[in-house]
Design a protein around this ligand. Sequence first.
Ligand code: PBG
Length: 304
Amino acid sequence: MVRETRLSAADLIQPLFVRGGSGPATPIPSLEGQFHHSIETLVEEARAVHAAGVPAVILFGLPDHKDDAATSAYDDEGIVQLALRAVRLAVPELVLITDVCLCQYTSHGHCGVLRDGQVDNDVTLELLAQTAVSHAAAGADIVAPSDMMDGRVGVIRHALDDDGHVDTPILAYSAKFASAFYGPFREAADSAPAFGDRRGYQMDPANGREALREVMLDLEEGADMVMVKPAMPYLDVIRQVRDATLAPVAAYQVSGEYAMLTAAASAGLIDERAAALEALTAIRRAGADMIITYHATRAAGWLS
Ligand code: PBG
């Protein structure tokens, strides 16, 4: 009765990885308990997520082909677009969120296209907008730009509206820090930058006020929901964002956070279930309305 914070399956979002080709799902070595899905197994997994009571998934694609212009990202027959159509049909009630970024699709692994060895912000915006529109056209319910280019939310909003997707909301990765905790994901998504790092477009972990500024800019540009990422090292930022806006706030418990929990549990050092539920509850207590977590489906089982 006196508990201040509640955690339920309804707060959680499960990330899923999809690749081309058929056959069984293959385990992702860097993310224990997570899989690279073919479209067939993705559909099965989406059913399982929904049956567990988790309302939403966020999809990440591993394209067959990468190039300098990230063409597979905004190809209407790209892996995410094909996956969206299949899951939309099979599990219509599941909320489908897509990660809008170019890093899995560029040959160099940066989140935008390059000019003179640097990410070109404004050329990238156009390609991100095309990607978001093609996701919406293929059945995405929510698009989530994670690239951190300046001005992307406004450009994506206009492009969606122009194409008739006026009801597709934007979940902006607003306060996305240049974090060491993305390591296992980059291995899973084959998206590590071939040179340099992401500090030119992602945020300095030392900057809390800048995070608020990014959130405000994204909301002004038309973001419907904002995100803080990673989650556990940034609980103070989640709290500040929660207090500064009325918009829904998401937190992303990222791959490195998940890997620490699963590795410690595998080594017999912590109780995975108790530690995961504690971490998720703390992220809710800090002010997150929803949490993207690799534990989503299992946590839903633990909570039921
Ligand atoms: C794409 C993207 C990344 C993550 C989500 N979307 C990687 C990155 O920015 O390097 C990380 C998610 C995770 O670590 O779980 N830009």
